[in-house]
Design a protein around this ligand. Sequence first.
Ligand SMILES: Nc1ncnc2c1ncn2[C@@H]1O[C@H](COP(=O)(O)OP(=O)(O)OP(=O)(O)O)[C@@H](O)[C@H]1O
Ligand SMILES: [Mg+2]
Length: 264
Amino acid sequence: MDESNLSLKEENRKLRKILKETKDELRSVSDRLNTIDRQKDEFISMAAHELRAPTTAIKGYLSMMLNGDAGDISERVRGYLADAQATNDRLIRLVNNMINVSRIEEGKITYQIDDVKLSALAGAVYSDFKFEAERKKLGFSTEIQENVNDLVKVDPDRIREVVANMVSNAIKYTNEGFVKIKVLDSSGGMVRLEVVDSGPGISEEEQSKIFRKFYRVKSAVGKTIGTGLGLYISKLIIKSFDGEIGVDSRMGSGSTFWFELPRQ
Ligand SMILES: Nc1ncnc2c1ncn2[C@@H]1O[C@H](COP(=O)(O)OP(=O)(O)OP(=O)(O)O)[C@@H](O)[C@H]1O
Ligand SMILES: [Mg+2]
């Protein structure tokens, strides 16, 4: 074996050693990152759980006062209480989204499946947001197609969260006009729920991004409060019940957020 061949072998050996060391180092960094990521998820989940009890208690007291359980209240006080209730509800939604997102991503969520009429869910969400829409002076209504066949087999609490996320967005991003919740038959054995608004609309480019985790449209950042989790989690939930979710919108012409679920 001549000298150049020997040095080539030596070079090769060194390179392999460096490669192995780099691989080991990368593996250890990746392990550390995974641990940190898990700890972060555990922390968020714990913080969210801790926030749940107090926000639920606040919700109860505010509802009692608004219902007159603490005596008559003036219109002015009613307005303030309604604002506090809307803010607290937003906090509850945020906490629920934070808890759900890690549970669903890790496949740890257990669904409580039941027969549900989408029109009943639409009505419940309508009641939850009536005050908030009123405060923004928006027209707010439901429109249920006559004789609609809207019985679905889902986890009602989860689907209600999806509708609430959509309605909350519609009210949050619309400053003038209306928000409408519609339930109607669709083709292929599906039933469809739509949340229509007369808000700013969303460009085609943004439409393809808003269902991503943490994504917020640039014009919304800073002007409105949000984490960009609402639509991401809604998509995860609808997908897990074999449904479809989407948006039809044009800049300046409002938006229609919709989902479809297989009917019973
Ligand atoms: N009805 C709507 N009209 C206009 N823009 C909307 C509408 N709904 C959603 N968007 C845009 O899509 C983005 C993502 O919505 P998403 O609900 O996921 O997050 P968010 O509302 O910003 O925060 P979160 O729901 O977590 O509090 C929003 O930041 C907003 O820019
Ligand atoms: Mg939202």
